[in-house]
Design a protein around this ligand. Structure first.
Ligand SMILES: Cc1cc2nc3c(=O)[nH]c(=O)nc-3n(C[C@H](O)[C@H](O)[C@H](O)COP(=O)(O)OP(=O)(O)OC[C@H]3O[C@@H](n4cnc5c(N)ncnc54)[C@H](O)[C@@H]3O)c2cc1C
Length: 369
């Protein structure tokens, strides 16, 4: 990510030490800015609970053409970010396996694949249909009763918590600062030349013209025991009788996710029993050996969603810019976002990525991440 082509222009204050704030901060530090990150703490950070999937092919939901294009662009930028974080084993899986439990589930996957193939001519090479035998060859511990699926090559995942630690470490090594402090008013940052507000859902409180809403998601962390089958080596994204569930490998187990719905209360961070029950039931149907794993953590997070489902990356005034609204894709879109933020900081026209899709539509389609 190191990039010295732009002229450094003083002190950049970044509000938010989630995946977006830290990735942008690191890119700016590499490009010569003095960077100071202010963060209110990890307690309700979406990036802390997330699964860490880097999906573009699997994120190809009909109607979300622009999101597919941005995701593809960001996936292209991920190897550079990983190599910038060198030495940190943040990669959790290299490829994804999409599987369907029934013929109706398979039809749903076919629709997604047709959409991606129509928009990405070369996607035929990266996304190919697989039958039950090949599914079991790729992942021997998944259910023997699966109907069919797709293998998405190069659609991997990172360990989100290791990623956050690696970003922070790289930023500090590059001369940046991270200060644990909630910012209540931008006026508190009078000494900053530029201010990037990347505070996830907290952005609207600081920049009221940015409109966001939450999409809540339950997510589980299961730990392997001595008696357990090993975790999968792919991200396994399943459609189980109309419901989506995924398994993302970790060194010590698997992340099972995730529900997605509009919460009555955006401050209710406790996981709902219904969401946890559905995830557990679908996960053990998908991979029966998970019964011997320990339920290490049941959590929930609020995805920061924009009105049209696309990230908001733009200048607000001469000193302030925002990067937020990444919804279900903030980890995936982090390198792309950092690239656009640098452009905006360097004086390229303030821009907002726009699109046709409404975030609520995505939620109502049952898109799960
Ligand atoms: C269950 C679940 C699963 C997910 N899975 C994936 C996935 O597999 N792949 C993917 O790409 N995305 C995933 N996401 C989405 C992803 O987590 C978010 O898009 C991403 O975390 C947004 O990043 P952010 O930095 O904008 O916000 P956050 O990660 O929420 O970070 C915001 C930070 O700002 C700080 N902050 C807020 N207000 C202030 C303030 N006033 N002053 C100082 N600091 C402040 C907070 O303390 C926090 O640390 C998932 C989300 C959920 C909930």
């Amino acid at each position: 990510m190191a990039d010295n082509s732009g002229s450094a222009t003083g002190l950049l204050a970044v509000i938010g030490g989630g995946v977006i704030g830290l990735t942008c901060a690191l890119a700016a530090a590499d490009a010569g800015w003095r960077v100071r990150v202010f963060d209110a703490g990890a307690e309700h950070r979406a990036a802390w609970v997330a699964a860490g999937m880097l999906g573009s092919l699997g994120e190809g939901h009909p109607g979300e053409d622009e999101l597919l294009a941005l995701s593809t662009e960001s996936v292209r930028r991920w190897p550079q970010l990983l190599s910038r974080l060198g030495g940190h084993s943040v990669l959790a899986a290299a490829d994804s396996l999409f599987v369907a439990a029934s013929s109706a589930d398979a039809e749903h996957l076919d629709t997604l694949a047709d959409f991606v193939w129509a928009r990405r001519p070369r996607a035929q090479d990266d996304l190919r249909r697989v039958g039950p035998t090949e599914i079991r060859r790729l992942e021997s511990a998944v259910s023997s009763r699966l109907h069919s699926g797709y293998l998405a090559i190069g659609e991997g995942a990172v360990d989100n918590r290791r990623l956050l630690a690696a970003l922070r470490e790289a930023l500090l090594a590059a001369g940046g600062e991270v200060i644990e402090r909630r910012i209540s008013d931008l006026a508190e940052l009078a000494d900053a030349d530029d201010i990037l507000v990347a505070a996830g859902l907290g952005t609207s409180a600081l920049v009221p013209e940015v409109s966001l809403h939450a999409a809540k998601g339950e997510i589980l962390r299961l730990r392997r025991t001595t008696w357990s089958v090993p975790p999968p080596t792919h991200v396994v994204r399943a459609r189980m009788h109309g419901r989506a569930v995924y398994l993302v490998p970790r060194q010590d187990g698997v992340v099972v996710g995730a529900t997605q719905y509009e919460p009555f209360d955006e401050t209710a961070f406790a996981p709902d029993v219904g969401g946890v029950t559905d995830l557990l039931s679908d996960a053990v149907d998908l991979m029966p050996g998970l019964r011997t794993y320990e339920l290490a953590e049941a959590g929930a997070g609020m995805r920061p969603c924009s009105v049209d489902g696309l990230p908001i990356i733009r200048r607000i005034d001469e000193r302030v810019l925002v990067a937020t609204g990444h919804g279900r894709n903030g980890i995936l879109l982090a390198p792309y976002t950092a690239h656009v933020v640098l452009d905006v900081l360097r004086g390229a026209a303030g821009r907002r990525t726009v699109g046709a899709t409404n975030a609520s539509d995505a939620i109502n389609q049952g898109v799960s991440r």
